[in-house]
Design a protein around this ligand. Sequence first.
Ligand code: MG
Length: 159
Amino acid sequence: MFLKPDYNLKSIYEINLEELKSLGIKAILFDLDSTIMASKSGCYSEETRNWLNKVKESFFVAVISNNKNPKYIQKVQNISDFPLLFNAGKPRVRRTKKFLKNYDLPPKECVLVGDRPLTDILCGKLLGCKTILVDSITAKTESKVVRLVRALERCSIRK
Ligand SMILES: [Mg+2]
Protein backbone atom coordinates (compact mmCIF):
# COMPACT_ATOMS: atom_id res chain seq x y z
CA MET A 1 0.00 0.00 0.00
CA PHE A 2 1.10 3.57 -0.66
CA LEU A 3 1.79 4.45 2.98
CA LYS A 4 3.71 1.30 3.74
CA PRO A 5 7.20 2.28 4.89
CA ASP A 6 10.28 0.50 3.56
CA TYR A 7 11.11 -0.50 7.13
CA ASN A 8 8.86 -0.70 10.18
CA LEU A 9 10.99 -0.79 13.33
CA LYS A 10 10.55 -0.64 17.08
CA SER A 11 13.04 2.18 17.48
CA ILE A 12 15.77 4.19 15.79
CA TYR A 13 18.38 1.90 17.37
CA GLU A 14 17.19 -0.96 15.14
CA ILE A 15 18.11 0.94 11.98
CA ASN A 16 20.59 -1.15 10.02
CA LEU A 17 23.17 1.45 9.05
CA GLU A 18 25.28 -0.99 7.04
CA GLU A 19 22.30 -1.99 4.94
CA LEU A 20 21.38 1.65 4.26
CA LYS A 21 24.94 2.32 3.21
CA SER A 22 24.89 -0.64 0.83
CA LEU A 23 21.69 0.77 -0.73
CA GLY A 24 23.48 4.02 -1.53
CA ILE A 25 21.83 6.07 1.22
CA LYS A 26 23.92 9.12 2.12
CA ALA A 27 21.58 11.07 4.39
CA ILE A 28 19.25 10.20 7.24
CA LEU A 29 16.50 12.73 7.87
CA PHE A 30 14.83 12.39 11.25
CA ASP A 31 11.51 13.62 12.45
CA LEU A 32 12.14 15.21 15.86
CA ASP A 33 9.31 14.79 18.37
CA SER A 34 8.76 11.19 19.49
CA THR A 35 11.33 9.94 16.95
CA ILE A 36 14.68 11.05 18.36
CA MET A 37 13.42 13.16 21.26
CA ALA A 38 10.69 12.64 23.84
CA SER A 39 7.84 14.82 22.64
CA LYS A 40 8.16 18.47 23.71
CA SER A 41 11.13 17.64 25.97
CA GLY A 42 13.63 19.76 24.07
CA CYS A 43 16.53 17.46 24.92
CA TYR A 44 18.17 14.30 23.63
CA SER A 45 18.73 11.37 25.94
CA GLU A 46 22.36 10.39 26.37
CA GLU A 47 21.68 7.13 24.56
CA THR A 48 20.20 8.96 21.56
CA ARG A 49 22.99 11.51 21.49
CA ASN A 50 25.65 8.78 21.44
CA TRP A 51 23.82 6.91 18.74
CA LEU A 52 23.40 10.05 16.60
CA ASN A 53 27.12 10.72 16.91
CA LYS A 54 27.79 7.27 15.56
CA VAL A 55 25.35 7.79 12.66
CA LYS A 56 27.05 11.08 11.82
CA GLU A 57 30.33 9.27 11.19
CA SER A 58 28.83 7.68 8.07
CA PHE A 59 25.80 9.75 7.09
CA PHE A 60 24.64 13.30 6.65
CA VAL A 61 22.15 13.77 9.51
CA ALA A 62 19.35 16.33 9.61
CA VAL A 63 16.05 16.94 11.36
CA ILE A 64 12.83 17.66 9.46
CA SER A 65 10.24 18.81 12.01
CA ASN A 66 6.79 20.33 11.76
CA ASN A 67 7.33 22.11 15.06
CA LYS A 68 7.04 25.88 14.81
CA ASN A 69 7.30 27.05 18.38
CA PRO A 70 10.11 29.66 18.42
CA LYS A 71 11.18 28.97 22.02
CA TYR A 72 11.31 25.25 21.43
CA ILE A 73 13.18 25.68 18.16
CA GLN A 74 15.78 27.84 19.89
CA LYS A 75 16.21 25.27 22.62
CA VAL A 76 16.74 22.42 20.15
CA GLN A 77 19.06 24.49 17.98
CA ASN A 78 21.28 25.14 20.99
CA ILE A 79 21.83 21.44 21.62
CA SER A 80 22.03 20.13 18.03
CA ASP A 81 25.09 20.01 15.82
CA PHE A 82 23.40 19.09 12.56
CA PRO A 83 21.03 20.97 10.23
CA LEU A 84 17.44 21.39 11.39
CA LEU A 85 14.41 22.28 9.33
CA PHE A 86 11.46 23.45 11.42
CA ASN A 87 7.92 24.27 10.31
CA ALA A 88 8.48 21.74 7.52
CA GLY A 89 4.76 21.31 6.85
CA LYS A 90 4.96 17.53 6.36
CA PRO A 91 3.41 15.75 4.53
CA ARG A 92 3.76 18.64 2.10
CA VAL A 93 7.16 18.49 0.45
CA ARG A 94 7.88 22.06 -0.66
CA ARG A 95 10.10 23.15 2.24
CA THR A 96 11.87 19.80 2.62
CA LYS A 97 12.57 19.67 -1.12
CA LYS A 98 14.19 23.10 -0.94
CA PHE A 99 16.19 22.05 2.12
CA LEU A 100 17.52 18.95 0.33
CA LYS A 101 18.41 21.03 -2.69
CA ASN A 102 20.36 23.47 -0.50
CA TYR A 103 22.45 20.58 0.81
CA ASP A 104 22.74 18.99 -2.63
CA LEU A 105 21.01 15.81 -1.50
CA PRO A 106 19.10 13.81 -4.12
CA PRO A 107 15.94 12.34 -2.46
CA LYS A 108 16.93 8.90 -3.72
CA GLU A 109 19.98 9.03 -1.45
CA CYS A 110 17.93 9.97 1.61
CA VAL A 111 15.88 8.03 4.09
CA LEU A 112 13.19 9.73 6.15
CA VAL A 113 12.67 8.33 9.64
CA GLY A 114 9.55 9.19 11.63
CA ASP A 115 6.84 7.96 13.99
CA ARG A 116 3.81 9.13 11.98
CA PRO A 117 2.62 7.43 8.79
CA LEU A 118 0.37 10.29 7.69
CA THR A 119 3.00 12.99 7.99
CA ASP A 120 6.52 11.52 8.02
CA ILE A 121 6.07 8.46 5.84
CA LEU A 122 3.75 10.15 3.38
CA CYS A 123 6.19 13.06 3.07
CA GLY A 124 9.11 10.67 2.47
CA LYS A 125 7.16 8.80 -0.20
CA LEU A 126 6.12 12.00 -1.96
CA LEU A 127 9.74 13.15 -1.97
CA GLY A 128 10.98 9.86 -3.37
CA CYS A 129 13.03 8.97 -0.28
CA LYS A 130 13.26 5.63 1.44
CA THR A 131 11.15 5.58 4.60
CA ILE A 132 11.45 4.11 8.07
CA LEU A 133 8.54 4.09 10.51
CA VAL A 134 9.56 3.76 14.16
CA ASP A 135 7.48 3.42 17.30
CA SER A 136 7.45 6.51 19.47
CA ILE A 137 10.63 6.83 21.52
CA THR A 138 8.39 7.19 24.59
CA ALA A 139 5.84 4.52 23.55
CA LYS A 140 6.02 2.78 26.90
CA THR A 141 5.04 5.82 28.92
CA GLU A 142 2.39 7.31 26.64
CA SER A 143 -1.22 7.67 27.72
CA LYS A 144 -3.86 5.20 26.55
CA VAL A 145 -5.45 7.84 24.32
CA VAL A 146 -2.20 8.61 22.54
CA ARG A 147 -1.51 4.92 22.07
CA LEU A 148 -5.00 4.40 20.64
CA VAL A 149 -4.54 7.23 18.13
CA ARG A 150 -1.21 5.75 17.09
CA ALA A 151 -2.72 2.30 16.65
CA LEU A 152 -5.52 3.72 14.50
CA GLU A 153 -3.09 5.67 12.36
CA ARG A 154 -1.02 2.56 11.83
CA CYS A 155 -4.10 0.82 10.40
CA SER A 156 -3.58 3.05 7.37
CA ILE A 157 -0.37 1.22 6.48
CA ARG A 158 -1.74 -2.34 6.72
CA LYS A 159 -2.23 -4.14 3.47
MG1 MG B 1 6.95 12.84 15.48
